[in-house]
Design a protein around this ligand. Structure first.
Ligand code: PLP
Length: 480
């Protein structure tokens, strides 16, 4: 497909800028470009067709089944977008006086109340821009709390190996040493190993629950108690809350800090880099450390207040406000019962699909899963040479977005599948049919899977090359 710069024809430009409504001023010569910027010149219809072509080549939740484990690519109701485009929410400035943005502050306040109720926390900041960012803020809260007590020997954060990869990264960035503990044979935290690891140098535990295998840890209360008894705090990675929302709460499981990915669970479109929102919640005893711009209500009026011992700012102003508008819309349209039903359907859909697929493929772990499950294609690979990569390329050929693959790292040839709560039984059955068809292909003619996909716009890109040597500008575009 040709780029805008390649379609460009001298003189095809369209004037999209309005005439200036202020006097024109000549810039001094030294401030001016030596030659005009190398912008593509296209008519409006050429531009429109270009983006429509791109759109048709893009796979999204609105084009088909997208079972990308851990990422919760579910359908995001249109009403969220309608609310997020209301001028009262979009035509504002972060430095406007408080009395002119009371409605927006009410949105933050209501969203905080709702998410506190759902998580069992006492306070939430919306500043973090994504899940990993929320983890970072949350780990800083833990650090600030120990420091405030003069407890300087707590330099370690314990992280089970079935945690999301961002957990050790966030703990390290916050200046902690990560202590990794292995999972037991059921794929959950090895409680004895945790007991050995916990001590007076433990700042806390970071736990992803359900973990990246899609399993809810049965020993969760014992786990959080071990860490508390050792003087540490418990951090809950709540990025995938669609498995438990309205059913159980991290705050009731013994967790002190939690982050959510509202761009996953609370229904904001994501992928392609944002904008997201990773609010961090905490129990009351930590709320004095939260980032700045807390919103307080006083007799129906909203105002800002800065916590006494704040860790400072982790992002400019208040975070991604419109993502919070979408989340609040989602929560209010579903209501308490709807939130609960969404969780039940997320778990039901995943277990239905896991059970059906386990007739053809090996689950990485036995037993019920939560909102997602992991298959291992290790035996398939040994027997037939067909890899998880070959299978997902064949899924693409069949109009299904690949599941997350080669993750979690503790499973070989992993496929991590999350159908999500918004898919119907018919869609899931169709997908199961495709997986079954692929299974038959593996048995009868495994070689053909190495050739897949055949008809997609791009077949097998050089992924390592793309990551290591990205070409981000059109070669002929010259800086002036
Ligand atoms: C997605 C995810 C994260 C990271 O969230 P980002 O918004 O991508 O930074 C962290 N933990 C878990 C379990 C996740 O699924």
């Amino acid at each position: 497909m040709r780029l805008l710069f390649e379609i460009s024809k001298e003189g095809h430009g369209c004037d999209l800028l309005p005439a200036p409504d202020v006097p024109e001023v000549e810039l001094p010569a030294r401030e001016r470009r030596r030659r005009p910027p190398a912008l593509p010149q296209l008519s409006e219809v050429e531009l429109s067709r270009h983006y429509t072509r791109l759109m048709k080549r893009t796979f999204g939740v609105n084009s088909g089944f997208y079972p990308l484990g851990s990422c919760t690519m579910k359908y995001n109701p249109r009403i969220n977008e309608e609310m997020a485009s209301l001028p009262g929410f979009t035509d504002i400035h972060p430095l406007q006086p408080e009395h002119t943005v009371q409605g927006c502050m009410e949105v933050f306040s209501d969203a905080e109340k709702a998410l506190c109720e759902i998580t069992g926390m006492d306070a939430i900041t919306f500043q973090p821009a994504a899940g990993a960012h929320g983890e970072f803020a949350g780990v800083l809260l833990i650090k600030a709390w120990h420091a405030s007590r003069g407890d300087t020997k707590r330099t370690k954060i314990i992280i089970p190996d079935a945690a999301h990869g961002t957990n050790p990264a966030s703990a390290t960035m916050a200046g902690f040493t990560v202590v990794n503990i292995p999972s037991n044979t059921e794929g959950c935290v090895d409680v004895e190993k945790l007991r050995e690891a916990a001590g007076d140098d433990t700042a806390g535990l970071m736990l992803t629950n359900p973990n990246t295998l899609g399993l809810f840890d049965r020993n969760i209360l014992e786990i959080t108690k071990i860490v508390h008894d050792a003087g540490g705090l418990n951090y809950y990675d709540g990025a995938n809350l669609n498995a438990i929302m309205g059913i159980v709460r991290p705050g009731d499981m013994g967790f002190d800090v939690v982050h959510l990915n509202i761009h996953k669970t609370f229904s904001t479109p994501h992928g392609g880099g944002g904008p997201g929102s990773g609010p961090t919640g905490c129990k009351a005893f930590l709320s004095g450390f939260l980032p700045v711009y807390r919103i307080v209500e006083n007799e129906g009026r909203y105002g800002f207040s800065n916590p006494d011992s704040t860790i400072g700012s982790v992002k400019a102003f208040y975070g991604h406000f419109l993502v919070v508008v979408r989340a609040l819309t989602y929560i209010k349209t579903l209501g308490a019962e709807g939130i609960r039903r969404a969780a039940i359907h997320a778990v039901l859909n995943a277990n239905y699909m896991r059970k059906k697929l386990s007739e053809y493929y090996d689950p990485a772990y036995e037993g019920l899963c939560m909102h997602e499950f992991v298959l291992t294609l290790q035996k398939v690979k040994e027997k037939t040479g067909v890899t998880a990569l070959d299978v997902v390329k064949t899924l693409l050929e069949n109009g299904i977005h690949p599941p997350t693959m080669y993750f979690p790292l503790i499973v070989r040839e992993a496929l991590m599948i999350e159908p999500t709560e918004t898919e119907s039984k018919e869609t899931i059955d169709e997908a199961i049919g495709v997986f079954r068809k692929i299974y038959d292909m593996i048995r009868t003619n495994p070689e053909q899977l190495h050739e897949m996909p055949l008809t997609t716009p791009v077949r097998r890109p050089d992924e390592v090359g793309a990551a290591r040597h990205p070409r981000l500008t059109f070669p002929e575009e010259q800086p002036s």
